[in-house]
Design a binder for this molecule. Structure first.
Ligand code: NDP
Length: 255
C-alpha cells in the first residue's frame, strides 16, 4: 500500500463524508494529505487523527469556499503546511470534493437566483479556480479528480440547481484534461450515487432501505466505495485515463 509514497494531495471538504474517506485512503497509500474544510474544526481534526492512527501524515486547512479570497486563503494554508513538512510546496494530487446541497432538495419553482449563485460559487467556480491555482504547484504527471454526481445523468427535479453545478464540474474535467495533457496531468470526474456520508438520513433504516433500491446492487454506497475509485485515479496505474466521467454509483445509471 505505498502507491503514493512521496506525493502530496489536497482533498477539499475532507473533514467529513466521502472526502474524509478519500483523505484516509490517499494517506494509506503514502501521500501527505491536506485536509481542507469550511468550519467544522472538530471533524477536520478527527480526519487528521484517523490518518495518523494508521501511521499516515495529514494536516488541516480551514477555508470557506464561495466567498471572496477563498482560494487564496486555502493556498496560503496549504503552502505554509507543505513548506513546514517538506520544505517545498509541490502538490501532486488535487481532489475537488467539497460541495453544498440539501438532501431534501428544492422544487424547481422555489429555486432562487441567490441559491443558484451560492451553489455555483462553491460547487463549480471554486473548483475551477482551485484547479487554476493548483496547476501552478503541480509537477508533470499530477492528478486532478473532480467529484461530480450521478445526478448529471439521472433526473431528480428537486436537485436541478445542484445538478447544474455538477454538469459544470464535468466540463472542467473535459476541457482542462486537454489543456493539461502536455504536462501529463490527468483530469477526471468521479460520479457517486447515493453514498452514506454519515448524515442523519443514513441512521433511519426505512430511509436507507428506500435509497438502497436505486443502485443495481440494492445497497447505498459507502464513502470507501467512492474513495477507492478516486485513489486508483490518483495512482500511476491510471496514467492513461484523462477527461473521463467515471460512474461510481453502484450501477444507479443502469436504470
Ligand atoms: P458532506 O456534506 O458529508 O461534506 C461536505 C464537505 O465539504 C465537508 O468537509 C464540508 O466542510 C465541506 N464544505 C461544504 N461547504 C463548503 C464550503 N462552502 N467551503 C468549504 N468547504 C465546504 O459531503 P458528501 O461526502 O456527501 O459529498 C462529497 C462530494 O460527493 C460532494 O461533491 C457531493 O456533491 C458529492 N456527492 C455526494 C453524494 C452523496 O450521496 N453523499 C452523491 C453524489 C455526489 P465542513 O465539515 O467544515 O462543513
Amino acid at each position: 500500500m505505498d502507491r503514493l509514497t512521496g506525493k502530496t494531495a489536497l482533498v477539499t471538504g475532507s473533514s467529513r463524508g466521502i472526502g474524509r474517506a478519500i483523505a484516509i485512503r490517499l494517506a494509506r497509500e503514502g501521500a501527505l494529505v491536506v485536509v481542507h474544510y469550511a468550519s467544522n474544526d472538530d471533524a477536520a481534526r478527527e480526519t487528521v487523527t484517523q490518518v495518523e492512527k494508521e501511521g499516515g501524515r495529514a494536516f488541516a486547512v480551514r477555508a470557506e469556499l464561495g466567498v471572496p479570497g477563498d482560494v487564496h486563503e486555502l493556498f496560503v494554508g496549504l503552502e505554509r503546511g507543505l513548506k513546514e513538512r517538506r520544505g517545498e510546496t509541490a502538490l501532486d494530487i488535487l481532489v475537488n470534493n467539497a460541495a453544498v446541497t440539501t438532501s431534501q432538495g428544492t422544487a424547481p419553482e422555489d429555486v432562487t437566483a441567490e441559491q443558484l449563485q451560492q451553489y455555483f460559487a462553491v460547487n463549480a467556480i471554486a473548483p475551477f479556480l482551485i484547479v487554476q491555482r493548483a496547476s501552478q504547484n503541480m509537477p508533470d504527471g499530477g492528478r486532478i479528480i473532480n467529484i461530480s454526481s450521478a445526478l448529471t445523468r439521472f433526473a431528480e427535479p428537486g436537485q436541478a440547481a445542484y445538478s447544474m453545478t455538477k454538469g459544470a464540474v464535468e466540463q472542467i474535467s473535459l476541457h482542462l484534461a486537454k489543456h493539461l495533457a502536455p504536462r501529463r496531468i490527468t483530469v477526471n470526474s468521479v460520479a457517486p450515487g447515493i453514498t452514506d456520508n454519515g448524515g442523519p438520513a443514513f441512521d433511519i433504516p426505512e430511509v436507507v432501505e428506500q435509497m438502497a433500491q436505486i443502485s443495481a446492487f440494492k445497497r447505498v454506497g459507502q464513502a470507501g466505495d467512492v474513495a477507492d475509485v478516486v485513489t486508483f485515479l490518483a495512482t500511476d496505474e491510471a496514467r492513461w485515463i484523462t477527461g473521463s466521467f467515471v460512474d461510481a454509483s453502484g450501477g444507479t445509471l443502469l436504470g
